[in-house]
Design a protein around this ligand. Sequence first.
Ligand SMILES: [Zn+2]
Length: 56
Amino acid sequence: MIKNGWYCCPCCKKKLFPVAIETKICKLPYKCKACKGQFEINIPEPRAIEPRADLL
Ligand SMILES: [Zn+2]
């Protein structure tokens, strides 16, 4: 899930890494360091995301 320009863990909702509008990720295996949850990241393009508050 993407929230405020950050990809957040679908399990514990922790921010994992920042994503830009142009960011595109396909089938990236990822393990959350916070909750140890393992999941696959897919970020298709184009998409609409909320702007990052720290970039405004
Ligand atoms: Zn997590």
